[in-house]
Design a protein around this ligand. Structure first.
Ligand SMILES: Nc1ncnc2c1ncn2[C@@H]1O[C@H](COP(=O)(O)OP(=O)(O)OP(=O)(O)O)[C@@H](O)[C@H]1O
Ligand SMILES: [Mg+2]
Length: 340
């Protein structure tokens, strides 16, 4: 029987998997709930349901932080748990993993170790830089392009990549993502209303109000806790408050786009201006973001159709095509021998 191949895009917010044999893509929250500090209580979406609601003996943990694996053992338990949930990672399979470029080699190797030494017992592991996987997922001609700008806006991070001639020219990973926006919203609500809301509630507010909309008088009633009386309550939060909160992180993204463009070789930059900027990652769904980015950069901006699964869709295409396979490299290559 031919061995199965999986494409993995491990995100701080969600894990995305392509299963070649079943020819499906699925995703699950990158969360694990641990009871009494040792037993795995729930994993994935089920564990996320408990986030901010769990009793004191259950700890809800995100094993990845800022795009890299921060709690290796928990991440292994999580993969193992998904396996039990009938997500069925067959043993001895091949893995193609999307990894961020702007991280240390040790952080990159953690992705490799995760599948090669764990329950997954991979036979072969190949790595694709996420910016490249995204470009393939966007159906762009990675091999022949003279200049592409991909911005992957995720849960914890934003990864900016400039591609040309089948490779990455410049890449930066910044610690601004959906969680940064949500923290900013929660903080401003707290400051202005003496009212405490959770991250899940901030996320609802942010998703609803986005960056631009016609109706600037909108508001949403949310649940939280009054900080003065300590009593759980409902409050009306206005769109202008949410907009004010997300202004800073948005501007930071724009600033990074500009500074990366400044460092781009002129020929490549010209091509980028011609081709425009492409948005991927779940946060690219934020209402109005595309228009905002276009206005702030003066460059045409387009968003992937399903931005959150764009990179894993790219992995799918790379796995299926002999030609695109060249974009993946093995961690067992000479360069990596010293690390084993
Ligand atoms: N419809 C939507 N509107 C606004 N934001 C959204 C929407 N859908 C998802 N998001 C946001 O997208 C983010 C998750 O995106 P994604 O799955 O690409 O992140 P990730 O890959 O897990 O994280 P990272 O790349 O930072 O490690 C979350 O912050 C989520 O709130
Ligand atoms: Mg991601």
């Amino acid at each position: 029987m031919a061995r199965n191949v999986y494409g993995l895009d491990l995100g701080s917010y969600e894990i995305k998997v392509y299963d070649k044999k079943k020819d499906t893509i699925w995703k699950e929250k990158n969360v694990i709930a641990i009871a009494n500090k040792k037993e795995v209580f729930a994993v994935g979406d089920e564990a996320y349901e408990m986030f901010e609601k769990a009793p004191a003996n259950i700890q809800v943990v995100f094993p990845m932080k800022d795009g890299v694996i921060s709690r290796f053992n928990d991440m292994q338990y999580l993969l193992q748990g998904l396996l039990k949930k009938d997500r069925g990672f067959a043993r001895g399979a091949e893995y193609v993993i999307a990894v961020p470029t702007d991280v240390t080699e040790v952080e990159k190797k953690a992705f490799f170790d995760l599948v090669i030494h764990s329950t997954a017992r991979a036979k072969e592991v190949n790595i694709v830089e996420r910016g490249i996987a995204d470009a393939v997922g966007l159906n762009l001609d990675v091999q022949n392009t003279k200049g592409l700008f991909i911005v992957n806006l995720g849960g914890d991070t934003t990864e900016l990549s400039i591609l040309a001639g089948g490779g990455i020219v410049l890449n930066r990973l910044i610690k601004v993502g959906g969680a940064t926006f949500d923290n900013a919203v929660a903080q401003l609500v707290r400051y202005n209303h003496d009212f405490l809301i959770g991250k899940v509630t901030s996320e609802i507010l942010r998703k609803r109000f986005g960056v631009f909309s016609e109706d600037n008088s909108a508001s949403l009633t949310v649940a939280g806790r009054d900080l003065i009386t300590g009593v759980p309550q409902q409050r009306e939060i206005s769109i202008s408050l949410v907009r004010a909160a997300i202004k800073d992180p948005l501007e930071e993204c724009i600033h990074c786009i500009h500074s990366l463009l400044d460092r781009t070789p002129p020929e490549v930059r010209k091509a980028v201006y011609r081709n425009g900027i492409f948005l991927t990652g779940g946060l690219a769904n934020l209402p109005g973001l595309e228009v905002y980015m276009e206005e702030m950069t003066g460059i045409r901006v387009r968003t992937a159709i399903d931005p959150d699964i764009c990179a894993v869709t790219g992995l799918k295409q790379i796995i299926q095509s002999k030609e695109l396979r060249k974009l993946a490299y093995s961690m067992l290559d000479e360069n990596y021998r010293w690390m084993r």
